[in-house]
Write a protein that binds this ligand. Structure first.
Ligand SMILES: NC(=O)c1ccc[n+]([C@@H]2O[C@H](COP(=O)([O-])OP(=O)(O)OC[C@H]3O[C@@H](n4cnc5c(N)ncnc54)[C@H](O)[C@@H]3O)[C@@H](O)[C@H]2O)c1
Length: 320
């Protein structure tokens, strides 16, 4: 299969490009390279791999890149609340406007499959006494999730006999990627434990679901390999029931693996997102279950920090 990954030079995208390439697909990464092209060094120059530097809002460039592709995975975005809040207009322009441009071009040039990286944070504040499934009402409480919810609607509405769109609502990612992020909870806590010997937790009772970047890649591959009848016009939460955790449990898992690290708690009033998510649909319909537990991810990032994989993991380039 010929697959284009828009945003394939990012934290989630590089392991995805690698996995799809390893599986024998022709992989094209289309990315404006906000974080450089070094993270793709392992694939650059290989046969069946193409890197195109471009912006998903550039209609002509997008159309050229999509021509002849069988599938597109849309990851390109301004990612996360802080980054979107810095320039909400640009965030809307890229996350929604860019998604529209890619969607329209994909349909026009006859790309059959379209897999969109959305987010479980679309559920917003939820009743954590039960896990939310794909039918639960969405409650976007930030520019970031507003753009994701709207893009989801338009992408799903494009379903036709010849066009197969699928939305994956990703859990918060963790794990080591060639384009690393330390602003996400698991790696952020692990870095604080290793560097400061202290993890400060805001809102320790809040629930979040997590998933390893390589399991996200597996999830996209699973959708690409699925019968279109099973995935066209469908939304799947992507993660595993066992990887829903409260921040306090995540903190405890981190300090368990880092000698002499302690936890400190701060009451939180301004980030009310708390949600437990149900992952039964992706498991029963597509047989997807994650390979990585949160504990595995803490160990992986902790060991990589101790081995000094990054000269300065506190560098701003590792935070969106
Ligand atoms: N990381 C997570 O925890 C998480 C959770 C849920 C959903 N997601 C979704 O997964 C996707 C990837 O997230 P990530 O963590 O890899 O983020 P990232 O910031 O590391 O990567 C985003 C990539 O998109 C590219 N990009 C941004 N604007 C572009 C544009 N206009 N044209 C072309 N390329 C552009 C950037 O250069 C970058 O390589 C996003 O859509 C995000 O919303 C991520």
């Amino acid at each position: 299969m010929k697959v284009l990954i828009a945003g394939g030079a990012g934290y989630v995208g590089v392991p995805m490009a690698q996995r799809l390439w390893d599986a024998g697909h022709d992989v094209t990464v289309f990315d404006r390279l906000s974080f450089g092209k070094e993270p793709l060094a392992g694939l650059t120059g290989q046969e069946r791999f193409t890197l195109i530097e471009g912006d998903i809002r550039d209609e002509a460039a997008v159309r050229d890149a999509l021509d002849g592709q069988d599938a597109v995975c849309l990851l390109a975005a301004i990612v996360g609340e802080p980054a979107c809040n810095r320039d909400p207009d640009e965030a809307r322009d890229i996350n929604l406007g860019g998604a529209r441009t890619l969607l329209k071009a994909a349909q026009e040039v006859g790309v059959q499959r379209f897999v969109f990286a959305s987010t479980c944070s679309n559920y917003g504040v939820a009743d954590t006494s039960k896990a939310v499934d794909e039918q639960a009402p969405l409650n976007p409480i930030s520019v970031y999730s507003e753009t994701k919810v709207q893009a989801e609607e338009e992408i799903l509405a494009a379903k036709s006999a010849t066009f197969c769109p699928t939305v994956l609502r990703l859990s918060t990612a963790f794990g080591v990627s060639p384009r690393m992020r330390f602003d996400l909870l698991v790696s952020d806590f692990t870095l604080a434990a290793v560097k400061d010997k202290k993890v400060v937790i805001y809102g320790e009772q809040f629930w979040r679901p997590f998933i390893h970047v390589r399991d996200i890649a597996k999830g996209f591959e699973t959708v690409l390999n699925a019968d279109p009848a099973d995935v066209s016009g469908e939304v799947f939460n992507l993660g595993g029931d066992g990887n829903n955790t409260r921040k306090i449990d995540l903190g405890e898992s981190v300090v368990k693996h880092v000698d002499d690290a302690t936890l400190e708690f701060v009451e939180l009033n301004n980030d009310p997102r708390s949600y437990r998510v149900a992952f039964g649909k992706v498991k029963s319909r597509l047989g997807f279950e994650p390979d990585w537990s949160i504990d595995d991810g803490v160990k992986e990032v902790g060991n990589a920090l101790l081995e000094q994989t990054w000269a300065d993991p506190t560098d701003a380039k590792y935070r969106n």
